[in-house]
Ligand binder design. Structure first.
Ligand SMILES: NC(=O)c1ccc[n+]([C@@H]2O[C@H](COP(=O)([O-])OP(=O)(O)OC[C@H]3O[C@@H](n4cnc5c(N)ncnc54)[C@H](OP(=O)(O)O)[C@@H]3O)[C@@H](O)[C@H]2O)c1
Length: 330
């Protein structure tokens, strides 16, 4: 990872690699004033974030794990919204090679990055969608987290899905951020990082009192400690003792992944005070991740992330937002 990051900045001045990058820079036609990367940009909130940023004049690299879905999405924005400042690049946030390849692409073409929206996410659940619809759970019950017992019938927390969820929602965000940080440090307009969080990350939803208290104290956390907690979670899941160990029972892996995204946001905001790094709950949005049960449109859901992507230099950092409102949840 470190090697990739160094490669992405052309960190070895004077080396053949660096000279190659310099030549490629000369070839770039125009370096945009603001350049953004959006992960999971092919649909839902991510697609709308791409559209709204491009409408504000930001050059957007819409990324998606699936080449066809991503290209089609970028094409739809170019045609339907007449936006010429959107390009597609493949990115699977779980795949180191894919992440490195994106970093190389941006380095060689633009030599910097201004905005990173870590939006890609999965639910961590295998759902019986028909059964879920039949339960007819109202939005209030869903967002309050009180539906956990009802949902046991239709949700399976499999170990494989949990691994995939943590690898996407937390490790994916971290992987992409680390690879693109050297480019964000070269931002000409002030670097912004926006991480997708959720209501499920609220600490009051963590029954384990010791962990709930620990999650409030940012001074004791670093990436190693986060990884240790996630490994304990996976062990408890494997041994069927999630409830006994006091993990959240409404979308357990998803909730834990978003709790650690909040921590990661705060760690990074402290480490890079010159950047504006925040996390945001887009709202309860009607998209695939929540089986289209949400109430808001993706257009509404994108407003918070877009606002944070365009924060002024004296804007907040290390904070949690519920849509466009800053909320104290720790
Ligand atoms: N909708 C809500 O109510 C809600 C509430 C709170 C938080 N959020 C958060 O908002 C973010 C966006 O969700 P959404 O509502 O827009 O859901 P969505 O429509 O299901 O979009 C999720 C996006 O993530 C992508 N993705 C999944 N795994 C990926 C991977 N390994 N690499 C790259 N991209 C990947 C998906 O791509 P594919 O099409 O290839 O699967 C899709 O583009 C998520 O982080 C979610 O947790 C949503």
């Amino acid at each position: 990872m470190e090697k990739a990051a160094q490669a992405a900045t052309g960190g070895t001045q004077g080396s053949p690699q660096h000279r190659l990058c310099a030549v490629r820079h000369d070839r770039a036609e125009v370096i945009p004033e603001r350049l953004a990367v959006v992960t999971g940009g092919n649909k839902g909130v991510g697609l709308e974030v791409c559209r709204q940023l491009a409408l504000q004049g930001v050059a957007v690299i819409l990324t998606a794990r699936d080449e066809k879905r991503g290209k089609d999405a970028a094409e739809s924005l170019r045609c339907e919204s007449e936006l010429t400042n959107i390009i597609f690049h493949q990115l699977d946030v779980r795949d180191d090679n894919s992440v490195t390849s994106l970093a190389w692409y941006i380095e060689s073409r633009y030599g910097k990055l201004d905005i990173l929206v870590n939006n890609a996410g999965v639910s961590g659940i295998v759902a019986d969608e028909e059964g879920l619809k039949a339960l007819n759970i109202d939005a209030e019950t869903w967002t309050s987290g009180r539906a956990a017992n009802l949902l046991k019938e239709v949700f399976q927390n499999t170990y494989d899905e949990a691994l995939n969820c943590l690898n996407t929602n937390y490790y994916g965000c971290k992987r992409v951020t680390e690879a693109l940080l050297p480019l964000l440090k070269l931002s000409t307009s002030g670097a912004r990082i926006v991480n997708a969080s959720s209501l499920a990350s609220e600490l009051k939803r963590m029954p384990n009192e010791k962990l709930r208290n620990d999650l409030c104290d940012i001074n004791i956390w670093d990436e190693d400690r986060i990884e240790a907690v996630l490994n304990t979670f996976l062990e408890d899941l494997k041994n069927g003792r999630l409830e006994e160990a006091g993990w959240p029972m409404m979308l357990p892996t998803y909730s834990v992944s978003k709790m650690v995204i909040n921590l990661y946001t705060r760690i990074m905001a402290r480490r890079y005070p010159e950047m504006r790094i925040n996390c945001v709950r887009p709202g309860f949005v009607k998209t695939d991740i929540c089986w289209n049960l949400g109430l808001l449109t993706p257009e509404q859901g994108a407003r918070g992330p877009v606002m944070l992507a365009l924060l002024p230099d004296d804007g907040p950092t290390g904070c949690y937002f519920d849509q466009t409102e800053m909320v104290k949840i720790w």
